[in-house]
Ligand binder design. Structure first.
Ligand code: S3P
Length: 442
């Protein structure tokens, strides 16, 4: 790989991927471990925390608000150490804005965290985050008594004015979003009474699993979660398992590169996150999750993926999308090499991610020579198993880590080099991605 102006030339792998490896800590769980520890009374002990640009944004945010973070780099690249939270004292009034960089999780969860405190905080983000919808978070928080300026703002920058007199609410969320759910539950932990969040389909449940560890009384069912406040969050110990969304690139690389066999160890097998494995299995892939235990309340284990000569398209219904939402780009690439049509139903949320991923998938696959299109909120991909990737291809990651890794697989698992612009965005969730791929193909 060579690197110039953040464009990487990705060369085809010389050998199939083979062997065992680990992926860095789960991004969603790492954010929550850092943020919940900052809110808690006492000192929490964290290990396996993902060291990436997004999680660093959460760490910087809570430091600015008065939490004492002592997390150090470990030999395996993770962060481990302690976080002393603000507890009942609450966060301090920061002397300037909080910059969440590219991280939607930081910005949105922060809004829930700041809700119960009598301070005003300006929240900012980079160009991509400043385009992403925030009304979905401010709307329920306003019902709880929080105010924002400018009033009715759709996007960052937004200044939040919290209140110690939060009202508990029942909120029927218009979309399945774990960030929205978490913001409401965090604010609800400080309101007097039960706050309930209902969602149209099941989003990831790391918050519901972790909040009780921090002493917040939480109940959760199918598409519903409640917290009972006011709670005093207490420090906890969290060991973060590997990120299934990062593992997905290694698994999909093994599905695409002839002769590969890869096992990813110590990864979260939370079923709210492993929808991509179900989809790959339905496409005829040889993927095998094997549960070995628990990390906190998160199920963990290994995933083995073996290359098979023939994959087929399938249809993914709308209510399954939240369980694989971050994997739609890489699954779309696998679908491009499968026999027949793949249809992802109701993938409108992809338009509001770090980039417009729906448009990016359609444009990138068109460059490969694959027919892909959207009709309403559905994505159609007509697979071409004998696809010959054109020479001199330049694929645009659009500053989006998930696109950078997806497009890199075209070069890695194919027979021609491809250029990927903005490849350095992998630092957002998986800085060591290329090293891990190279290690597995040695
Ligand atoms: C996340 C939830 C998902 C996901 C994002 C991380 C989280 O977004 O796409 O990468 O940590 O809660 P939604 O809020 O849309 O579910």
């Amino acid at each position: 790989m060579s690197n110039e102006d953040a464009t990487a030339i990705i060369e085809p792998l010389a050998a199939p991927l083979s062997g065992r490896c680990r992926v860095p800590g789960d991004k969603s769980i790492s954010h929550r471990a850092v943020l919940f520890s900052a809110m808690a009374e006492g000192t929490s002990k964290l290990s396996g925390v993902l060291d990436s640009a997004d999680v660093r944004a959460s760490i910087a945010a809570v430091e600015k608000l008065g939490a004492k973070v002592s997390l150090a780099s470990q030999p395996d690249g993770s962060l481990a150490g302690t976080v002393e939270g603000w507890g009942a004292r609450g966060p301090v009034q920061p002397d300037g804005p909080i910059d969440c960089g590219n991280s939607g999780t930081t910005a949105r969860l922060l809004m829930g965290m700041l809700a119960p405190w009598d301070i005003s905080v300006r929240i900012e983000g980079d160009a991509s985050l400043s385009k992403r919808p925030m009304r979905r978070i401010t709307a329920p928080l306003m019902k709880m008594g929080v105010s924002f300026t400018p009033a009715g703002a759709e996007t960052l920058p937004i200044t939040e004015h919290g209140t110690p007199h939060l009202k508990a609410i029942t909120y029927n969320s218009p979309m399945a979003s774990a960030q929205l759910k978490t913001a409401v539950l965090l604010a609800g932990s400080y309101a007097d009474g039960v706050t309930e969040l209902n969602e149209p389909s099941v989003s990831r449940n790391h918050t519901e699993l972790m909040l009780p560890e921090f002493g917040v009384s939480t109940t959760a069912g199918d598409r519903t979660a409640q917290v009972k406040g006011p709670a005093v969050m207490q420090a906890a110990d969290v060991k973060v398992p590997g990120d299934p969304s990062s593992a997905a690139y290694l698994v999909c690389a093994a599905c695409l590169k002839r002769g590969s066999e890869v096992t990813v160890e110590d990864v979260s097998l939370n079923t709210a996150r492993t929808g991509f494995l179900v989809t790959l299995e339905r496409m005829g892939a040889d993927v095998l999750p094997k549960r070995t235990g628990l990390s906190g309340k998160e199920p963990v284990g290994s995933i083995t993926a073996r290359w098979v000569p023939r994959l087929r398209g399938c249809e993914i219904p709308g209510h399954k999308i939240a369980g694989l939402v971050d994997e739609v780009p890489v699954l779309s690439l696998v679908a491009a090499f499968a026999h027949g049509m793949t249809v992802f139903r109701n993938v409108e949320e992809l338009r509001a991610k770090e980039s417009d991923r729906l448009d990016a998938i359609v444009c990138g696959l068109a460059q490969l020579g694959v027919d892909a299109w959207t009709e309403g909120d559905d994505l159609f991909i007509e697979g071409q198993p004998d696809l010959q990737v054109p020479d001199g291809l330049v694929l645009d990651a659009r500053g989006d880590h998930r696109l950078a890794m997806t497009w890199s697989l075209v070069g890695l698992t194919g027979s021609k080099p491809v250029a990927v612009t903005d490849f350095d965005s992998v630092a957002v969730s998986y800085p060591g991605f290329m090293d891990d791929i190279e290690e597995l193909s040695r």
